[in-house]
Design a protein around this ligand. Structure first.
Ligand SMILES: Cc1cc2nc3c(=O)[nH]c(=O)nc-3n(C[C@H](O)[C@H](O)[C@H](O)COP(=O)(O)O)c2cc1C
Ligand SMILES: Nc1ncnc2c1ncn2[C@@H]1O[C@H](COP(=O)(O)OP(=O)(O)OP(=O)(O)O)[C@@H](O)[C@H]1O
Length: 359
């Protein structure tokens, strides 16, 4: 039960149970799950050795999965499962080799609000899928210009000794994206490394990708995104002082400065779970500066009205997990209308996510 995310479906015909709420927080790594400290390797990459299988070096033969794995969506999970299964059967070490920043982000230029999971949360999420280790390779322009032959022979083979590599059928790496599955096989074969190119996991005929999940989130379709992520999309940030008027409206709010580069959902109002690391509350969340008070569309802004919380959260680091879309942002003609509408949103949250503290 714990750690399981089960979508309720579009109907919301019943409230989530407290087990389901806790399960969603665990599945989304909103709770602080211990993560082994990363070990810096000579080549600048960082190794998270979850099972201790890597010992003092990376010399043991391994089964590898390769890619950015932003979001750790259902397609990434299938690939990791195949690698973990093979490693278990053959008594080998399983390892995800991932890159930071996401190669697509670096190559596309400065993209704001795009990351689904910060690298530590990505490692946390991958650790839960049974992998022995995650290697985070710093993705630089120099690495981008490195050929797939060089990366495979001199980099990968030297650092994680792969005997088998699992990637998606669309995978490409190395300079100019020349390292397709077929091209990797040409280089890997003589080195005694198998390359498995897996058919992509699809939904409704569309391959699942981090790009698709980002698009859904930016459109406010957080429940569809959650189905593909197997968890609620979560962002983290620190509580700052706002204008302080919310308290007098009958709904105090925490203004959260979201970490830069995180993929923020479409402007609008959501039902969410807010967690400070040890406690969590249901919340009605507004994304986007309040338009009734001169806020302009597009300003990065998030405020949460927590159900069952009273106290001070200033300076605290919170996670916000988006559970359901409630409505579009509005410019209200009067404070009374604003207050009634927001209190109506809070009532929805109270009904479906509970009356107060989840943890
Ligand atoms: C769940 C929720 C929904 C909100 N929806 C809107 C909205 O649609 N339009 C708007 O102008 N402000 C909206 N607000 C923002 C309020 O106007 C804001 O909380 C109020 O101005 C108090 O801000 P302060 O805490 O910075 O003083 C919403 C706030 C919350 C918590
Ligand atoms: N739907 C999928 N099914 C199976 N494997 C996948 C799927 N999507 C990606 N992969 C594989 O997972 C690894 C990590 O891929 P990557 O991080 O590039 O994912 P992505 O979701 O396609 O990202 P983006 O949309 O940003 O390009 C790669 O080997 C990739 O081929």
């Amino acid at each position: 039960m714990m750690g399981e995310y089960r979508p309720l479906g579009p109907s919301w015909e019943r409230p989530l149970t407290s087990d389901e709420l806790r399960g969603r927080l665990v599945a989304g790594v909103a709770l602080p799950q211990p993560l082994v400290p990363a070990r810096k390797l000579g080549n600048g990459s960082e190794l998270y050795d979850f099972s201790g299988a890597m010992g003092c070096g990376c010399g043991r033969p391994s089964v590898c999965v390769l890619g950015a794995f932003d979001g750790v969506h259902v397609g990434h999970r299938a690939l990791v499962r195949a690698a973990v299964d093979e490693a278990r059967e053959r008594g080998l070490v399983s390892i995800a080799v991932t890159f930071s920043p996401d190669p697509a982000a670096l190559l596309a230029g400065p993209i704001v609000n795009d990351t689904l999971l910060a690298v530590e949360d990505r490692a946390r999420m991958l650790s839960r899928l049974g992998l022995d280790a995650v290697l985070v390779v710093p993705f630089t322009r120099e690495l981008a210009a490195t050929s797939h032959e060089t990366f495979l022979r001199e980099w990968l083979a030297a650092s994680v000794s792969p005997v088998s590599i699992h990637v998606g059928a669309d995978f490409r790496m190395g300079a100019g994206g020349a390292g397709t599955v077929a091209a990797l096989r040409v280089v890997a074969g003589p080195l005694g490394i198998d390359v498995h190119g897996h058919e992509l996991v699809s939904e409704h005929g569309r391959a699942v990708s981090a790009t698709l999940v980002r698009r859904l989130i930016r459109d406010g379709q957080v429940e569809d995104a959650a189905r593909l992520l197997c968890r609620d999309h979560m962002v983290r940030g620190v509580v700052e002082h706002g204008r302080g008027e919310g308290a007098s409206f009958g709904f105090p709010t925490a203004n959260v400065r979201i970490d830069a580069s995180v993929c923020l959902p479409a402007e609008g109002v959501y039902a969410a779970l807010v967690c400070d690391g040890s406690h969590a509350w249901p919340a009605a969340v507004n994304v986007g500066a309040p338009r009734s008070f001169g806020g302009a569309a597009g300003e990065p802004f998030l405020e949460a009205s927590l159900v069952g919380f009273s106290g001070d959260l200033y300076g605290r680091r919170l996670s916000v997990s988006f559970v359901a879309w409630l409505r579009e942002p509005r410019t209200f003609a009067s404070v009374e209308e604003l207050e009634a509408t927001v209190l109506g949103n809070v009532a929805w949250v109270r009904k479906y996510l509970g009356e107060g503290e989840v943890l």
